[in-house]
Structures are given as C-alpha cells and as structure tokens.
Write a new protein. Structure first.
Lengths: 439, 313
C-alpha cells in the first residue's frame, strides 16, 4: 500500500539485491542485482558485483525481478465517473497488481477526444501512482463518424486512438483512421464487435445462453470485424492495427494471417478470457458479464495456444470497474465488465504457468516487452541501462487468497473474490520509487 | 433501508421459492403435482389465511396473473397486484429496491413476471421470502410446465414412454424451456420442430433426450402429445421469418394432426392465434386440451403457493 512515508521518500538510488531477473527483451533470465538511480536503470550486474552504496536496498532473495508491467487496456473512469474509479484509486490498484504503466481508455464522460482532455489525464493533480498513458478517441465523441485530430492528440501525449466500448464499424472511417495512424505512426485500437449482430445480447452465443434464455453474441461478430480490419491493415502501408481484448479462435486466425503477411497487426488478450468460460455465468452472475463475453472452451484453448506461440502480443486487463448498483440488476441490464488489475499476474501464473506450463519468461514478456512494443513505449518494457526505473518484483510460488473487499479499486465487480492463487506481487517500483509493497 | 448492497454472493433462495424447473428434483415435481391434484379452488381450505402475496408483474399477462390471484385468494391469502405502470417502477426504481419495499410492507411471498431472464434469481438472492417465477424473459415459466404436466397426466397413465412434439418458436419460449426440463426428467422423448431461426441446433443441449427436426410430419408421427407455441411477434426482432412460409410448413391442421397417435392431445400455453400456429378446427377439436390447461392453472398454482409458504401438508 502506498503510504505517505513512501511518497515523501527522496531516495535517489535503490539497489535491488539477490533477485532473479527475467527481462525477455534483453534476453536475461538469471540472478542479477539492479541499481536504480535518479529514476533510471543505472547498472545491472551479477550478484554482489555492484560496487558502492545505495540510499536504499531491496532484498529480492527468492523473488523474480522483472521490468515494470504495462497494461494496455484500463478504464479508470475519469473524467466523469469517479464513483466507479478515479485515476488515483485505479493506479493504486494497478501498483498492487504490479503494473507500473497503464493505458487509459477514452470512453469516459466526456469522451477523451481533445488534446485538453488528454493533458488533463496526465496532470499531477490526478494523483496517479503509476505512469498513465492516455489512449484518445479515434472519432469525435466516439460516434464512429468524423475522425479526431490524431496529430494534436498524439502531441498531447496519446499513445494510440480507439473508440473502445464501441467498434469503428464503417469501412471508410476505419480505412481513414488507419491511413492517418500510418502517417503519424499511431496505432488504431479496435474493439472488434459487429454490433449489428449483437443487439440486446448479454453473453456469448451457445448452450449456456440458450439455457438461460439470453440472447447470445455470435463469435463471428468479433471475427468478422477483425478480418476486415486485418485486410485494411494489409492494404494500407505502415498502418498499425491493435486488436483489443481478442476472445475468439476465428479472430486469432485473422491476426495470424495479418502477421504472416507482415502487416503491423498486434493483439491483446485478457486474463478472464484465458481462464473463464461462458458457462461460468451460472445462474446469471453479473460478475461474469463482460464485452467481449466469456467464450467457449474451444475459443479458450485457441487463446492458450496463441499466448504460448507468440501470436498474442500482450496480456491486458480491460479493468472495468462498476458500482454495485450497476451490477446488482437484471443480467441483461447489468453493466459489462470486471475489475482486473490486482488479479492479472496471479491469474497468468496460476493458469498459464502452473497449469498450462507456459514458461515464466513468456509470461513476463506478455506483461512487459510485448505491450511496450505495441504502443512504442520507449525506455519501458525492459531494464536495460538508461531505461526508466520501472520494476515489478513478484513471488511466483506464493499462495494466497484474493479478497475483493481488500481491493484498492473503488469497485468490487470481480468474479475472483475468494479464489486461491499462486504467485503474488511483492513490490512495484516506478521511476526508482517503491509505490507498492505487499503488507 | 436495512439491506446491505455490498455483496454479489448468490445465497440460496428462500425455502419454497420456485425459480425454474431445471434445478428441481423429480420428487419435488411429483410432490407439487400430487398436491395440485388435491387442490380444489371451489372447496379450498384457508391454508394461507392472512398471508400476503404480492403479484409483481412487469409484463402483460392474463392467464398467469388471474390464476395466481385466484389460487392465492382461494387459499385465503391477501393479494396485491403491482404493475410497472402506476408504480415506482415507472420512476426508475430498481428491481431489488422494489423487492425490499414489498418486503417492508409485509409481503410473505412475491410472484414475479419479468421481461428479463433471471430477474427472479436476482430477487431470490437478496430477499428472505419465497420468490415464485411467473415467467422470466425467454428463460423459464415453471408454473406453466407444472400445469402442463398435470394436464398430460390426466390423459396419459404416466410419463413413461411418452413422445412429445413441441412445435414452433422454441428459441423465444420460456414455456418450451420449462417443459423440456420437466418432461425429460421423467424420460419423455421430445422432438423440437421448427425452422432454424426458432429451433437452433443448440436447442438439444438444453436437456437429455431432445431431438430437432425441421419437418412437422417427422415430429408428429407416433407422438402422444403435441405442444404448440405462439409466434411471439414482440420478440421477433431481427429474425427473418415469413408468416406465410411458416404457416405452410408448420401450422397444425386436422390433416397433420392425423399423423400423431389417435389419442394424442393438443396443448398450447396461450394466447393462441387462430389461423397462424394452428387452425380453429384444431384449437376447438376433440383432441385439444387448451382450455383444460388454463383450468389446471389454478390448482397447480395453489399447490405452488401452499408449498412456498410451508403449508403443503
């Protein structure tokens, strides 16, 4: 937890000693000591080889030390919905989950579609505990029609554009967005959902939706848009397409096709899509309602394969906090989304590493080098000398029980309350300062 | 209000709740049917004297509402009807807050009809009084399945070896879902019949012993019970169905009915649309038990309410 003492600490150097460094971008997977100085990585060396003192030491014996985790997809609800989350509370939850950087989605009230709002998000008054990288709206008010001023948004600090929550459906608008993005080297993030096929739908189409009498979103509603977007990305030179929260086997096929054709296509997957299934909705549990919805076991298997084989670029949480009164309603009327910042790493270790035997190096890559590449976050995603001193330290073997009531998020809408996990964040360091330390 | 809105935990519904057929055990169903057979609205004992039953109806209803009301009153209960129009629901009160309000005014049980699937489950998870599902969206309509079972057993010796054809819009039908759950628990073989828009292939995953056919002749041959469903025009959003095609392929006519067993009965949960899913001759014919179903609704719902309030002895 962030304490006033931590905030006041003015230590210029921090030595992380005795840990095992996993830095996939630098191809390091070995015991290493790390010296951070003035917010940057000053030195990486074999154990006990760093000479000279440090203002502070962190004993990382028995722990994994990794570049700070980056979450490409969070909803911190400001401006406009601070009853669900604030940048301060959301980034505190991010720090507790090991994230040193989060990319915020623009579907706020109002929509972040001007440089003023992008700048507003980045101001110190917001009280962010970790780095905040705004993603701006791709179209004005995210209506899917007129493009926003990408260049101005980028200058103000936006790392990508999207209409997340909604898709960019119109072919010509998407083509124009990718074209403009290509000129500026700015990724266009697509929430792939053909909303013409998902009207009034509240979960995945299948046996469970039929049993519950709920209208189901067909997997083709996602895959159809991804296929179209990949085609556009192949046609438009230098365009950058990033597929948000990919959830279906067919959408993965389209991404693979794009990557093979050397198009600049990337994608992210959420922890809930690699661990949960649509049948988890059970008897209308609204904490299993999100968009894209939880899918079938065949889709989940395809996602696990793609996480292992490199098709997926990043694990992103789609952290979507909602107040109790927005979830404790009829299933069809409940808000889509769940919180995810504090459970992402442990879900990855539990499901991907412990159960599926994906190596820890690959998991760390999906949280670090992978996402850093997707949005070109320079100086992050790896701990090479001179890079930002953003570090995540975790215990891959620690067993613990997640309690939603203790979450640092303002909201409690998680399906993982009371789940027993393996792997826990021990400390989170942003620009050389410890912003979270497990109690 | 005294409720805590801080937990999503799905607690067990209050004893006596009837949320659906799917999770009922066979012996509970048989118990309800046995009780229903002993219930006579004209000679009812005041088992539920001074009990307050709220009929909370968010959707239009004739049969279900009136028969629940008559059932409750026959047992001596006090009933209140709350509908969305003319209540605080119109002002935006949430389902749970309406539930807490009704609990606070002294409701001993709530009979809920709601356009959203799972609405009774939400209420049951947060209220300590029995919730009776009187139809939730496209999900279940348990009292209808029970009264249909009662009707079938008045004409057939037992469920054993029975063949049932359910014809029409299964996808949108809570009646069909509840009937499938109930009858298959007793080994009944059910054929679901209709075009793919109404009877998707996934329908067979609902329960064991279900089969799908697109041909009405195939569904009818050798069947003991023909269950027809109304075309729910209000739920047809986005479905490309041509009424004339439907009538040509799936309307129940006297000629088609002859393919079924000679003693087959024709059922329909109502409201029926003559000339659409069935002809008037079939609706009014000797094999039709449609009116009897409505009549059986009252003792069935008396049994459900008596069980709900612990007076099922």
């Amino acid at each position: 937890m962030l304490s006033a003492k931590n905030q006041r600490r003015e230590s210029a150097s921090l030595l992380i000693k005795g840990g095992h460094l996993i830095d996939p971008a630098a191809k390091v997977n070995a015991p290493m000591d790390i010296l951070l100085r003035d917010g940057r990585v000053a030195e990486i060396a074999l154990p006990n080889k760093i000479r000279g003192g440090a203002d502070e030491k962190f004993d990382a014996r028995g722990l994994i030390v990794a570049p700070g985790f980056i979450d490409l997809h969070v909803h911190l609800r400001e401006p406009g919905q601070s009853y669900k989350e604030t940048i301060a509370s959301g980034t505190a939850a991010a720090a507790a989950g090991g994230f040193t950087s989060v990319c915020t989605m623009p579907n706020t009230q109002p929509v972040v579609d001007t440089e003023e709002w992008v700048a507003w998000l980045r101001r110190p008054e917001r009280g962010a505990v970790v780095n905040v990288f705004p993603i701006a709206a791709a179209t004005r008010n995210s209506r899917g029609a007129a493009l926003t001023d990408f260049a101005a948004l980028q200058r103000a600090g936006a790392v990508a554009v999207t209409d997340d929550g909604k898709p960019i459906l119109d072919d010509e608008v998407m083509r124009a967005a990718l074209r403009l993005g290509a000129e500026l080297n700015l990724p266009v993030v697509q929430h792939a959902e053909d909303t013409r096929l998902t009207e009034h739908c509240s979960m995945n189409e299948g046996a469970t939706s039929f049993r519950l009498g709920l209208r189901g979103m067909p997997p083709a509603a996602e895959a159809g848009i991804v296929e179209r977007d990949v085609n556009l990305a192949q046609q438009i030179r230098e365009s950058r397409l990033h597929v948000a929260h990919l959830s279906t086997s067919d959408a993965l096929k389209a991404v693979r096709r794009g990557k093979r054709a050397k198009a600049r296509v990337t994608c992210e997957v959420t922890p809930h899509h690699f661990i949960l299934l649509d049948e988890g909705v059970g008897e209308y549990n609204t904490n299993f309602k999100m968009n894209p919805p939880l899918r079938s076991s065949a889709d989940r298997e395809a996602i696990l394969v793609a996480l292992a084989d490199g098709t997926v670029d990043a694990i992103a949480t789609d952290h979507a906090p909602h107040a109790a009164h927005e979830k404790q309603v009829e299933f069809e009327r409940a808000a889509f989304g769940i919180t995810g910042l504090e459970t992402a790493l442990t879900l990855a270790i539990t499901k991907l590493h412990r159960d599926t035997k994906i190596p820890l190096t690959r998991i760390v890559e999906l949280f670090t080098a992978g996402p850093a590449r997707v949005f070109d976050l320079r100086g992050r995603g790896s701990l090479e000398r001179g890079n930002f001193g953003d570090v995540t330290i975790f215990d891959p073997k620690k067993r613990w029980t997640f309690e939603a009531a203790k979450s640092l998020s303002l909201s409690r809408n998680t399906p993982f309350d009371g789940w027993q996990f393996t792997g826990k964040v021990v400390a989170t360091i942003v620009s050389g300062k410890i912003v979270y330390r497990a109690g | 209000m005294m409720h805590g809105l801080n937990s999503y935990a799905m607690d067990k519904p209050a004893r006596g709740s009837l949320l659906g057929i799917e999770h009922l055990e066979e012996k509970e169903i048989l118990g309800l049917l046995k009780l229903a057979r002993r219930m006579n609205p004209l000679k009812a004992r005041p088992l539920l004297r001074n009990k307050r039953i709220v009929l909370l109806f968010y959707e239009a209803s004739t049969r279900t509402r009136s028969s629940f009301e008559i059932a409750a009153k026959s047992l001596g209960a006090i009933t209140t009807l709350v509908q969305s129009s003319g209540s605080s629901i119109e002002k935006g009160e949430s389902l749970l807050d309406t539930g807490y309000t009704l609990r606070a005014v002294g409701a001993d049980a709530i009979v809920l009809r709601h356009p959203c699937a799972g609405a009774p489950h939400l209420m049951a998870a947060h209220l300590d009084i029995p919730i009776i599902n009187a139809g939730d969206g496209m999900h279940e309509h348990p009292s209808q399945a029970l009264l249909d079972a009662l009707t079938i057993l008045k004409h057939k010796k037992s469920f054993k070896g029975l063949q049932v054809a359910i014809i029409g819009d299964i996808y949108h039908s809570r009646v069909a879902r509840s009937a499938c759950h109930l009858l298959t628990k007793f080994g009944v073989k059910i054929t679901l019949c209709g075009p793919p828009e109404f009877v998707p292939d996934v329908s067979t995953t609902l329960a064991p012993g279900l089969r799908v056919t697109r041909h009405i002749e195939d569904a009818l041959r050798g069947t003991d019970v023909v269950m027809l469903l109304r075309l729910q025009k209000e739920r047809l959003a986005g479905k490309k169905i041509h009424l004339q095609d439907y009538i040509a392929r799936y309307q129940m006519t006297p000629a088609r009915l002859r393919l079924a067993k000679r003693d087959a009965i024709v059922m329909h949960p109502g409201p029926i649309i003559r000339g659409l899913e069935l002809t008037a001759d079939v609706a009014d014919g000797p094999q039709s038990v449609i009116v009897e179903e409505i009549r059986n609704g009252v003792p069935t719902r008396m049994a459900i309410l008596a069980r709900a309030l612990g007076k099922a002895k």
